[in-house]
Design a protein. Sequence first.
Length: 151
Amino acid sequence: MSRTDPIPGSLESTPPYQGVRSTPVTGWAAWIFFATFMLVLLGILHAITGLVALFRDQYFVVESNGLVVTADYTVWGWVHLGAGLIMVAAGVSLLTGHLWARIVAALVAMASAVVNFSFLAAYPFWSTIMITLDVLVIWAVIVHGTEMKDA
């Protein structure tokens, strides 16, 4: 036995096995499942808000010219509906554990927060809840996203 050979029984002499995780999955991986379901829920809620803006624009607190970005509620309806569909797709893709899915999910949640901030005057309580959930999703994806690829 030469000086460079591994010692029998040491970790260096054991062959690598497939299926062994490099890092253990902790309970923090559950935050990614939370982010996934919140993105899907937020997407559905955006779509509902979009449909309300398209079909019943008198439901909102202020006229469309009182918003941060002056636009007709029909435009806001299409923005919310499109954002909702994209959020649902981003939420579902987050379960793959890929880096691109985490990036898309964080960007979509960030865009949702900006859209809801712009919509704050029309429906303040609802927009505040949506912004809070967006921030939680961003936090979960950025801080605990790497654990999903091992799960």
